[in-house]
Design a protein around this ligand. Structure first.
Ligand SMILES: Nc1ncnc2c1ncn2[C@@H]1O[C@H](COP(=O)(O)OP(=O)(O)OP(=O)(O)O)[C@@H](O)[C@H]1O
Ligand SMILES: [Mg+2]
Length: 415
């Protein structure tokens, strides 16, 4: 008896494996998306049947958090496994057009994944694409390229990347066609920019993702809880409350959004742990919701210097244990961090713009100093997560990003 009581009283941790709550984690099973996966497989059947000599185009569309990215990635993994099993060389490349914002970065990423030995310098993206295609041909390979968050690409780029990809396949009409495309976009109007034949091909192969219902969200949460939490760590009522909240008609911004539901769960669990609770309860969910959530994904999508500035904010806040810090303190810390990671610090005005951007996406809040400060200065605080959590997460993300820069030799020649 004493043991049970002691166990309960000393148990602080509810989350067993936090990595499985991170946005990049794609769970093995995706409840209520089996049909979508099946449909994708049907579309791509021909690619496998022709041993990678025919291409397909597909489009996934639907509101935020409805599983588009997860389904594409899970499909990519499974189709590689299947192709390998059948002795077919197939590559799956998932590109986030929000993160890799230019045509140049995107083509370079494709080269990196398919044929890293190819020279990258001195070629236009279109020339590079042609080289990739030739490479695939001479190696009898097929590539499925997912352009995720294509909303960011098409209206912005001026140059039409998808059009280039398609033009390439048109030009090689009598040759095997070795590049398939999966386009992911929240809104279907992304298509207005494309030419008619592409639109009709894509519309024909469009898979729609509807917002999740309360019952579906409950299944998704339950599946993730089994993978992530200790048994019994989340109460049934908490799960029910999250599912109901996120699927409610008044929930305008996030209705049926699994990412938001999982974010609430993560946050509620953090609050419960902080309060030494033995289980996540509805009250923790309500507190989580009241605080609002900024997802790790939002943070990952920031530019490197925005991340460095956010890290500076988190670090100084944690060290000082105050609610707000000054712009000057942030800039001092930012300079040091830039030196640490061998990055050129941005000028004051640019830093200020980044701060405004961080404020706009809701990670930090700012106000103008009142009494207790000399002159007027901008004060900065963290809106959402505890400074320590943000700090740890950012160190991981930035280290990763800078390491990638170094392996690409980018820090030496900034273009
Ligand atoms: N059916 C599901 N089962 C398990 N987890 C899911 C399911 N659908 C979505 N998720 C999870 O919810 C989060 C959001 O899903 P995903 O990133 O696929 O959404 P999305 O449709 O791509 O949204 P956005 O348009 O904002 O990019 C991810 O963490 C994903 O793993
Ligand atoms: Mg997505």
């Amino acid at each position: 008896m004493y043991k049970i009581i002691e166990d309960v009283f000393t148990l602080k941790r509810l989350i067993r494996d936090e990595s499985k709550l991170l946005p990049e984690y794609v769970p093995q099973s995706l409840p209520h998306r089996e049909e979508h996966l099946r449909r994708l497989a049907e579309i791509f059947k021909i690619v496998i049947e022709t041993r990678g000599e025919t291409f397909q185009k597909a489009m996934l569309t639907g509101e935020t958090g409805t599983g588009k990215t997860a389904v594409a990635k899970r499909f990519g993994q499974s189709v590689i496994d299947y192709a390998t099993h059948k002795g077919l060389k197939l590559k799956y490349i998932h590109i986030n057009c929000h993160k890799d914002r230019t045509l140049f970065l995107i083509t370079r990423k494709i080269v990196q994944e398919i044929c890293p030995d190819l020279p990258k310098r001195g070629f236009s993206p279109f020339e590079l694409l042609a080289m990739i295609h030739d490479y695939l041909n001479s190696h009898t390979m097929h590539a499925v390229i997912t352009l995720d968050e294509a909303d960011f690409l098409i209206p912005r780029s001026g140059e039409d990347f998808i059009y280039d990809l398609i033009r390439l396949t048109d030009e090689k009409l009598n040759e095997p066609q070795r590049i398939s495309i999966i386009l992911i976009s929240r809104k279907i109007n992304v298509l207005y920019e494309l030419d008619k034949s592409t639109v009709s091909a894509l519309l024909h192969n469009t898979i729609r993702f509807e917002p999740y219902t309360s019952i579906q969200l409950r299944d998704i949460l339950n599946a993730r809880i089994t993978e992530t939490f200790y048994p019994g760590a989340v109460s049934e009522e908490a799960i029910e409350l999250i599912s109901d909240m996120v699927s409610a008609p008044y929930e305008s911004g996030h209705r049926g959004d699994a990412r938001y539901a999982l974010g609430l769960l993560w946050k509620a669990a953090k609050i419960a742990e902080r309060l030494n609770a033995i289980r996540v309860l509805p009250e923790h969910v309500r507190m989580a919701r009241a605080e609002g959530t900024v997802s790790i994904e939002d943070i990952q999508n920031l530019q490197l210097h925005e991340k460095l500035i956010l890290l500076s904010v988190a670090k100084v806040l944690r060290k000082k244990q105050t609610a707000y810090i000054t712009m000057g303190e942030v800039e001092d810390e930012y300079m040091q961090l830039c030196a640490l990671w061998s990055q050129d610090p941005r000028k004051h005005t640019q830093v200020y713009t980044y701060i405004q951007n961080l404020k706009n996406i809701g990670v930090i809040n700012t106000k103008i100093s009142g009494s207790g400060y000399r002159g007027k200065t901008t004060l900065i605080g963290l809106v959402d997560a505890p400074a320590e959590v943000v700090e740890k997460e950012l160190i991981k993300i930035i280290t990763n990003e800078v390491n990638k820069q170094i392996t690409r030799g980018e820090h030496l020649d900034k273009y």
